[in-house]
Design a protein around this ligand. Structure first.
Ligand SMILES: NC(=O)c1ccc[n+]([C@@H]2O[C@H](COP(=O)([O-])OP(=O)(O)OC[C@H]3O[C@@H](n4cnc5c(N)ncnc54)[C@H](O)[C@@H]3O)[C@@H](O)[C@H]2O)c1
Length: 383
Protein backbone atom coordinates (compact mmCIF):
# COMPACT_ATOMS: atom_id res chain seq x y z
CA UNK A 1 0.00 0.00 0.00
CA UNK A 2 1.30 3.46 -0.88
CA UNK A 3 2.48 5.60 2.06
CA UNK A 4 1.87 9.37 2.24
CA UNK A 5 4.40 10.94 4.60
CA UNK A 6 2.80 13.72 6.63
CA UNK A 7 4.13 16.69 8.52
CA UNK A 8 2.00 18.60 11.02
CA UNK A 9 2.20 22.36 11.46
CA UNK A 10 0.42 23.39 14.65
CA UNK A 11 0.50 20.45 17.05
CA UNK A 12 -2.57 21.33 19.11
CA UNK A 13 -6.06 19.92 19.59
CA UNK A 14 -6.87 19.02 15.98
CA UNK A 15 -3.36 17.80 15.16
CA UNK A 16 -3.69 15.17 17.87
CA UNK A 17 -7.02 14.08 16.37
CA UNK A 18 -5.33 13.60 12.99
CA UNK A 19 -2.40 11.72 14.49
CA UNK A 20 -4.77 9.44 16.39
CA UNK A 21 -6.73 8.72 13.19
CA UNK A 22 -3.47 7.94 11.34
CA UNK A 23 -2.50 5.56 14.17
CA UNK A 24 -5.64 3.48 13.66
CA UNK A 25 -5.52 3.35 9.87
CA UNK A 26 -5.85 -0.44 10.15
CA UNK A 27 -9.49 0.32 10.97
CA UNK A 28 -10.13 1.05 7.29
CA UNK A 29 -10.71 -2.14 5.33
CA UNK A 30 -10.03 -1.02 1.76
CA UNK A 31 -7.71 2.01 2.06
CA UNK A 32 -5.76 2.82 -1.10
CA UNK A 33 -2.88 4.42 0.81
CA UNK A 34 -1.91 5.17 4.37
CA UNK A 35 -0.52 8.26 6.16
CA UNK A 36 2.70 8.12 8.11
CA UNK A 37 3.58 10.94 10.48
CA UNK A 38 7.22 11.94 9.92
CA UNK A 39 7.43 15.60 11.03
CA UNK A 40 5.92 17.81 13.72
CA UNK A 41 6.19 21.58 13.94
CA UNK A 42 4.85 23.74 16.72
CA UNK A 43 6.29 27.00 17.95
CA UNK A 44 5.64 25.77 21.48
CA UNK A 45 7.98 22.77 22.02
CA UNK A 46 5.88 21.44 24.92
CA UNK A 47 3.30 20.48 22.24
CA UNK A 48 5.85 18.05 20.82
CA UNK A 49 5.84 15.82 23.90
CA UNK A 50 2.62 13.93 23.21
CA UNK A 51 3.87 13.12 19.70
CA UNK A 52 7.27 12.00 21.02
CA UNK A 53 5.50 9.62 23.38
CA UNK A 54 3.20 8.07 20.77
CA UNK A 55 4.82 8.41 17.33
CA UNK A 56 8.27 6.83 16.90
CA UNK A 57 7.87 7.39 13.14
CA UNK A 58 8.49 11.14 13.62
CA UNK A 59 12.09 12.01 12.77
CA UNK A 60 11.77 15.80 12.71
CA UNK A 61 10.62 18.12 15.49
CA UNK A 62 10.91 21.83 14.89
CA UNK A 63 9.44 25.14 16.00
CA UNK A 64 9.97 26.69 12.54
CA UNK A 65 7.50 25.64 9.85
CA UNK A 66 10.01 26.54 7.12
CA UNK A 67 12.27 23.72 8.32
CA UNK A 68 9.41 21.25 8.06
CA UNK A 69 8.57 22.47 4.55
CA UNK A 70 12.23 22.05 3.54
CA UNK A 71 12.10 18.38 4.59
CA UNK A 72 12.02 16.24 1.42
CA UNK A 73 10.63 13.34 3.45
CA UNK A 74 7.35 15.27 3.87
CA UNK A 75 4.82 14.68 1.06
CA UNK A 76 1.79 16.29 2.66
CA UNK A 77 1.05 18.72 5.48
CA UNK A 78 -1.79 19.07 7.93
CA UNK A 79 -1.80 22.71 9.03
CA UNK A 80 -3.90 23.38 12.14
CA UNK A 81 -2.83 26.81 13.34
CA UNK A 82 -4.69 29.97 14.45
CA UNK A 83 -6.56 31.71 11.65
CA UNK A 84 -4.19 34.69 11.37
CA UNK A 85 -1.48 32.26 10.18
CA UNK A 86 -3.49 30.43 7.52
CA UNK A 87 -2.54 32.69 4.61
CA UNK A 88 1.20 32.60 5.29
CA UNK A 89 1.54 28.94 6.24
CA UNK A 90 -0.90 27.47 3.70
CA UNK A 91 0.67 29.55 0.91
CA UNK A 92 4.19 28.51 1.90
CA UNK A 93 3.15 24.84 2.14
CA UNK A 94 1.58 24.81 -1.32
CA UNK A 95 4.50 26.70 -2.87
CA UNK A 96 6.88 24.17 -1.28
CA UNK A 97 5.16 21.57 -3.47
CA UNK A 98 3.44 19.76 -0.59
CA UNK A 99 -0.12 18.49 -0.54
CA UNK A 100 -2.18 20.27 2.10
CA UNK A 101 -5.10 19.64 4.38
CA UNK A 102 -5.79 23.11 5.77
CA UNK A 103 -8.09 23.86 8.63
CA UNK A 104 -11.11 26.09 8.27
CA UNK A 105 -11.87 28.89 7.79
CA UNK A 106 -9.00 28.60 5.25
CA UNK A 107 -7.75 32.16 5.71
CA UNK A 108 -8.72 34.68 8.37
CA UNK A 109 -10.77 36.71 5.85
CA UNK A 110 -11.64 36.91 2.16
CA UNK A 111 -8.34 38.58 1.05
CA UNK A 112 -6.34 35.89 2.92
CA UNK A 113 -8.48 33.17 1.36
CA UNK A 114 -8.01 34.70 -2.09
CA UNK A 115 -4.24 34.68 -1.57
CA UNK A 116 -4.36 30.96 -0.69
CA UNK A 117 -6.40 30.26 -3.84
CA UNK A 118 -3.74 32.11 -5.86
CA UNK A 119 -1.04 29.80 -4.47
CA UNK A 120 -3.19 26.78 -5.37
CA UNK A 121 -3.60 28.07 -8.94
CA UNK A 122 0.19 28.43 -9.23
CA UNK A 123 0.83 24.87 -8.01
CA UNK A 124 -1.76 22.60 -9.67
CA UNK A 125 0.13 19.42 -8.66
CA UNK A 126 -0.54 20.08 -4.96
CA UNK A 127 -3.71 18.41 -3.71
CA UNK A 128 -5.43 20.81 -1.31
CA UNK A 129 -8.53 20.37 0.81
CA UNK A 130 -10.20 22.06 3.79
CA UNK A 131 -11.02 20.15 6.96
CA UNK A 132 -14.73 19.53 7.67
CA UNK A 133 -15.61 16.17 9.14
CA UNK A 134 -19.29 16.23 9.97
CA UNK A 135 -20.65 15.27 6.52
CA UNK A 136 -18.97 11.91 7.07
CA UNK A 137 -21.54 10.77 9.63
CA UNK A 138 -23.51 7.96 7.96
CA UNK A 139 -26.80 9.85 8.35
CA UNK A 140 -25.35 12.80 6.45
CA UNK A 141 -23.95 10.55 3.76
CA UNK A 142 -27.44 9.17 3.35
CA UNK A 143 -28.95 12.66 3.18
CA UNK A 144 -26.38 13.52 0.54
CA UNK A 145 -27.26 10.43 -1.43
CA UNK A 146 -30.93 11.54 -1.30
CA UNK A 147 -29.91 14.93 -2.73
CA UNK A 148 -27.97 13.18 -5.48
CA UNK A 149 -30.92 11.05 -6.62
CA UNK A 150 -33.40 13.96 -6.28
CA UNK A 151 -35.39 12.11 -3.60
CA UNK A 152 -36.54 15.39 -1.96
CA UNK A 153 -38.48 16.56 -5.01
CA UNK A 154 -38.59 20.34 -5.14
CA UNK A 155 -36.51 21.67 -2.24
CA UNK A 156 -38.60 23.92 0.02
CA UNK A 157 -36.09 24.85 2.72
CA UNK A 158 -32.75 23.88 4.24
CA UNK A 159 -31.58 24.45 7.80
CA UNK A 160 -28.02 23.70 8.85
CA UNK A 161 -26.01 24.72 11.85
CA UNK A 162 -23.43 24.09 14.48
CA UNK A 163 -24.27 24.90 18.10
CA UNK A 164 -21.97 24.94 21.13
CA UNK A 165 -22.45 26.00 24.71
CA UNK A 166 -18.73 26.14 25.38
CA UNK A 167 -18.82 29.91 26.00
CA UNK A 168 -21.93 30.07 28.17
CA UNK A 169 -19.67 30.31 31.24
CA UNK A 170 -18.62 34.00 31.49
CA UNK A 171 -15.71 33.05 33.80
CA UNK A 172 -14.03 30.97 31.08
CA UNK A 173 -10.70 32.70 30.33
CA UNK A 174 -10.19 34.21 26.92
CA UNK A 175 -8.05 32.36 24.33
CA UNK A 176 -7.06 33.01 20.73
CA UNK A 177 -10.42 31.78 19.38
CA UNK A 178 -12.13 34.73 21.14
CA UNK A 179 -9.70 37.41 19.89
CA UNK A 180 -10.31 39.17 16.58
CA UNK A 181 -6.60 39.49 15.77
CA UNK A 182 -6.13 35.69 15.81
CA UNK A 183 -9.61 34.38 15.06
CA UNK A 184 -10.82 37.08 12.66
CA UNK A 185 -13.77 39.42 12.15
CA UNK A 186 -16.03 36.49 11.27
CA UNK A 187 -15.95 35.31 14.90
CA UNK A 188 -18.10 32.23 15.35
CA UNK A 189 -18.83 32.03 11.60
CA UNK A 190 -15.13 31.47 10.91
CA UNK A 191 -14.89 28.89 13.67
CA UNK A 192 -17.99 26.81 12.98
CA UNK A 193 -19.37 28.00 9.65
CA UNK A 194 -17.59 25.74 7.16
CA UNK A 195 -19.07 22.70 8.89
CA UNK A 196 -22.58 24.05 8.36
CA UNK A 197 -21.85 25.05 4.74
CA UNK A 198 -20.20 21.87 3.49
CA UNK A 199 -23.31 19.84 2.62
CA UNK A 200 -25.27 22.76 1.06
CA UNK A 201 -22.27 23.83 -1.03
CA UNK A 202 -21.62 20.25 -2.13
CA UNK A 203 -25.27 20.12 -3.22
CA UNK A 204 -24.59 23.23 -5.32
CA UNK A 205 -26.67 25.50 -3.08
CA UNK A 206 -24.65 28.70 -3.14
CA UNK A 207 -26.00 31.57 -1.07
CA UNK A 208 -27.33 34.31 -3.37
CA UNK A 209 -27.97 36.83 -0.60
CA UNK A 210 -27.95 36.97 3.18
CA UNK A 211 -29.57 38.79 6.08
CA UNK A 212 -27.40 38.18 9.12
CA UNK A 213 -27.98 38.78 12.81
CA UNK A 214 -24.72 38.61 14.77
CA UNK A 215 -24.52 38.75 18.56
CA UNK A 216 -21.59 39.62 20.81
CA UNK A 217 -23.04 38.30 24.06
CA UNK A 218 -20.06 38.18 26.40
CA UNK A 219 -18.03 41.31 25.79
CA UNK A 220 -15.15 40.66 28.18
CA UNK A 221 -13.53 37.60 29.70
CA UNK A 222 -10.90 36.86 32.34
CA UNK A 223 -7.46 37.36 30.80
CA UNK A 224 -5.89 34.56 32.86
CA UNK A 225 -3.70 37.08 34.73
CA UNK A 226 -6.23 38.32 37.25
CA UNK A 227 -7.78 40.99 35.01
CA UNK A 228 -10.39 41.17 32.25
CA UNK A 229 -9.83 41.37 28.49
CA UNK A 230 -12.25 42.62 25.84
CA UNK A 231 -13.93 39.79 23.91
CA UNK A 232 -15.05 41.35 20.64
CA UNK A 233 -15.67 38.28 18.51
CA UNK A 234 -19.22 37.43 17.46
CA UNK A 235 -20.55 34.67 19.72
CA UNK A 236 -23.67 33.74 17.77
CA UNK A 237 -24.66 34.12 14.12
CA UNK A 238 -27.99 33.51 12.40
CA UNK A 239 -27.94 33.81 8.61
CA UNK A 240 -31.08 33.78 6.48
CA UNK A 241 -29.95 33.10 2.92
CA UNK A 242 -31.67 32.65 -0.39
CA UNK A 243 -30.17 29.89 -2.49
CA UNK A 244 -30.95 28.10 -5.74
CA UNK A 245 -31.16 24.44 -6.61
CA UNK A 246 -28.82 24.14 -9.62
CA UNK A 247 -30.83 21.24 -11.08
CA UNK A 248 -34.28 22.84 -11.40
CA UNK A 249 -33.28 26.49 -10.84
CA UNK A 250 -35.81 26.94 -8.03
CA UNK A 251 -34.87 29.36 -5.25
CA UNK A 252 -35.47 28.49 -1.61
CA UNK A 253 -34.46 29.69 1.87
CA UNK A 254 -31.46 28.32 3.74
CA UNK A 255 -31.07 29.21 7.40
CA UNK A 256 -27.59 28.73 8.82
CA UNK A 257 -26.83 29.07 12.52
CA UNK A 258 -23.44 29.02 14.20
CA UNK A 259 -23.51 29.65 17.92
CA UNK A 260 -21.00 29.44 20.72
CA UNK A 261 -23.61 30.29 23.31
CA UNK A 262 -26.44 27.85 22.70
CA UNK A 263 -27.66 26.60 26.09
CA UNK A 264 -28.24 22.86 26.15
CA UNK A 265 -26.04 22.20 23.11
CA UNK A 266 -22.59 20.83 23.77
CA UNK A 267 -21.31 20.21 20.25
CA UNK A 268 -24.36 19.85 18.07
CA UNK A 269 -24.22 19.83 14.32
CA UNK A 270 -27.52 19.50 12.50
CA UNK A 271 -29.07 19.50 9.06
CA UNK A 272 -32.66 19.52 7.85
CA UNK A 273 -33.88 19.43 4.25
CA UNK A 274 -37.55 19.89 3.47
CA UNK A 275 -38.87 18.92 0.04
CA UNK A 276 -42.15 18.21 -1.69
CA UNK A 277 -41.46 14.46 -1.89
CA UNK A 278 -39.33 13.87 1.20
CA UNK A 279 -37.92 15.57 4.26
CA UNK A 280 -34.92 14.55 6.34
CA UNK A 281 -33.42 15.83 9.57
CA UNK A 282 -30.46 14.84 11.67
CA UNK A 283 -28.57 16.11 14.68
CA UNK A 284 -25.24 14.97 16.08
CA UNK A 285 -26.94 15.05 19.51
CA UNK A 286 -28.56 11.78 18.40
CA UNK A 287 -25.98 10.72 15.83
CA UNK A 288 -27.25 7.33 14.82
CA UNK A 289 -30.82 8.34 14.02
CA UNK A 290 -31.91 9.91 10.75
CA UNK A 291 -35.50 11.10 10.68
CA UNK A 292 -37.20 10.68 7.33
CA UNK A 293 -40.59 11.72 6.04
CA UNK A 294 -41.47 10.36 2.61
CA UNK A 295 -44.66 11.89 1.29
CA UNK A 296 -46.81 9.42 -0.56
CA UNK A 297 -50.07 11.39 -0.62
CA UNK A 298 -51.40 9.93 2.60
CA UNK A 299 -50.73 10.86 6.22
CA UNK A 300 -47.39 12.55 6.86
CA UNK A 301 -45.18 11.16 9.58
CA UNK A 302 -41.48 11.00 10.31
CA UNK A 303 -39.86 7.63 10.86
CA UNK A 304 -36.57 7.14 12.67
CA UNK A 305 -33.93 5.22 10.76
CA UNK A 306 -31.07 3.75 12.80
CA UNK A 307 -28.19 4.45 10.48
CA UNK A 308 -25.67 2.21 12.28
CA UNK A 309 -22.03 2.07 11.27
CA UNK A 310 -22.30 2.42 7.53
CA UNK A 311 -19.74 5.02 6.45
CA UNK A 312 -18.51 6.03 3.01
CA UNK A 313 -15.09 4.40 3.54
CA UNK A 314 -15.51 0.82 4.71
CA UNK A 315 -14.08 -0.23 8.06
CA UNK A 316 -13.72 -3.35 10.19
CA UNK A 317 -16.55 -2.18 12.50
CA UNK A 318 -19.79 -4.13 12.28
CA UNK A 319 -22.73 -2.33 10.70
CA UNK A 320 -24.80 -2.45 13.91
CA UNK A 321 -22.36 -0.51 16.07
CA UNK A 322 -22.51 3.23 16.80
CA UNK A 323 -20.62 5.95 14.95
CA UNK A 324 -19.07 9.02 16.63
CA UNK A 325 -16.86 12.11 16.34
CA UNK A 326 -13.52 10.29 16.07
CA UNK A 327 -15.00 8.00 13.42
CA UNK A 328 -15.99 11.07 11.38
CA UNK A 329 -12.42 12.36 11.70
CA UNK A 330 -11.05 9.03 10.45
CA UNK A 331 -13.51 9.06 7.53
CA UNK A 332 -12.50 12.61 6.57
CA UNK A 333 -8.84 11.61 6.52
CA UNK A 334 -9.69 8.48 4.55
CA UNK A 335 -11.42 10.77 2.03
CA UNK A 336 -8.37 13.04 1.83
CA UNK A 337 -5.85 10.24 1.34
CA UNK A 338 -8.13 8.34 -1.04
CA UNK A 339 -8.76 11.36 -3.27
CA UNK A 340 -5.10 12.35 -3.18
CA UNK A 341 -4.14 8.94 -4.55
CA UNK A 342 -7.08 8.01 -6.79
CA UNK A 343 -8.13 11.55 -7.89
CA UNK A 344 -11.76 10.70 -7.28
CA UNK A 345 -14.35 10.26 -4.53
CA UNK A 346 -16.73 7.29 -4.27
CA UNK A 347 -19.73 9.63 -4.36
CA UNK A 348 -20.56 13.33 -4.55
CA UNK A 349 -20.77 13.80 -0.77
CA UNK A 350 -17.84 11.56 0.23
CA UNK A 351 -15.14 14.15 -0.42
CA UNK A 352 -13.41 16.73 1.76
CA UNK A 353 -14.37 20.38 1.35
CA UNK A 354 -12.60 21.91 -1.64
CA UNK A 355 -10.78 25.26 -1.73
CA UNK A 356 -13.61 26.53 -3.97
CA UNK A 357 -16.16 25.58 -1.30
CA UNK A 358 -14.07 27.30 1.39
CA UNK A 359 -14.05 30.38 -0.85
CA UNK A 360 -17.86 30.28 -1.10
CA UNK A 361 -18.01 30.31 2.71
CA UNK A 362 -15.78 33.40 2.81
CA UNK A 363 -17.99 35.22 0.33
CA UNK A 364 -21.03 34.34 2.43
CA UNK A 365 -19.45 35.37 5.76
CA UNK A 366 -18.11 38.62 4.27
CA UNK A 367 -21.61 39.50 3.02
CA UNK A 368 -22.99 38.48 6.44
CA UNK A 369 -20.70 41.00 8.17
CA UNK A 370 -21.94 43.70 5.79
CA UNK A 371 -25.55 42.70 6.40
CA UNK A 372 -25.16 42.77 10.19
CA UNK A 373 -23.50 46.20 10.03
CA UNK A 374 -26.16 47.72 7.75
CA UNK A 375 -29.21 45.83 8.94
CA UNK A 376 -29.97 45.03 5.29
CA UNK A 377 -30.04 41.97 3.08
CA UNK A 378 -26.79 41.83 1.10
CA UNK A 379 -25.97 39.98 -2.13
CA UNK A 380 -23.26 37.36 -1.87
CA UNK A 381 -20.55 38.05 -4.44
CA UNK A 382 -19.54 35.18 -6.73
CA UNK A 383 -16.49 35.12 -8.96
N1 LIG B 1 -12.31 20.52 12.20
C1 LIG B 1 -12.68 20.82 13.45
O1 LIG B 1 -13.64 20.27 13.99
C2 LIG B 1 -11.90 21.83 14.23
C3 LIG B 1 -12.04 21.90 15.62
C4 LIG B 1 -11.26 22.85 16.31
C5 LIG B 1 -10.42 23.69 15.61
N2 LIG B 1 -10.32 23.60 14.25
C6 LIG B 1 -9.42 24.50 13.48
O2 LIG B 1 -8.09 23.99 13.61
C7 LIG B 1 -7.17 25.06 13.64
C8 LIG B 1 -6.36 24.95 14.92
O3 LIG B 1 -7.24 24.87 15.99
P1 LIG B 1 -6.89 24.02 17.30
O4 LIG B 1 -8.16 23.89 18.07
O5 LIG B 1 -6.14 22.79 16.95
O6 LIG B 1 -5.95 25.08 18.03
P2 LIG B 1 -4.86 24.85 19.16
O7 LIG B 1 -4.69 26.17 19.82
O8 LIG B 1 -5.19 23.66 20.00
O9 LIG B 1 -3.55 24.48 18.31
C9 LIG B 1 -2.90 25.41 17.49
C10 LIG B 1 -1.42 25.14 17.61
O10 LIG B 1 -0.73 25.96 16.68
C11 LIG B 1 0.50 26.31 17.28
N3 LIG B 1 1.09 27.46 16.61
C12 LIG B 1 0.76 28.76 16.73
N4 LIG B 1 1.56 29.52 15.94
C13 LIG B 1 2.38 28.66 15.29
C14 LIG B 1 3.44 28.83 14.34
N5 LIG B 1 3.78 30.05 13.88
N6 LIG B 1 4.09 27.73 13.90
C15 LIG B 1 3.77 26.50 14.37
N7 LIG B 1 2.78 26.29 15.28
C16 LIG B 1 2.11 27.35 15.71
C17 LIG B 1 0.13 26.58 18.73
O11 LIG B 1 1.26 26.55 19.60
C18 LIG B 1 -0.85 25.46 18.99
O12 LIG B 1 -0.22 24.31 19.54
C19 LIG B 1 -7.98 26.34 13.48
O13 LIG B 1 -8.01 26.72 12.14
C20 LIG B 1 -9.37 25.93 13.97
O14 LIG B 1 -10.42 26.70 13.40
C21 LIG B 1 -11.03 22.68 13.56
Amino acid sequence: MKTIRFGIIGAGLMAREFASAAARWCHLSDAQARPELVGVCDQNPSSHEWFRTHFPSVSQYTSDYRELLANKQVDAVYAAVPHNLHEEIYGATIRAGKHLMGEKPFGIDLPANTAILKAIAEMPASFVRCSSQFPFFPAMQRMGEMVERRAFGRILEANTGFLHSSDLDPTKPINWKRMIEFNGEYGVMGDLGMHACHIPFRAGWQALNVRAILSDIITERPDGKGGMAPCKTWDNATLLCETRDPVDGVQFPWVLKTQRIAPGQRDTWYAEILGTKACARWSSANPNVLQLLEYTGSEQSYRSVETGYNPAYKTITGANFEFGFTDAILQMWAAFVNELVTKKTPSQFAGCATPAEANLSHRLFTAALESAASGETRPVAHS
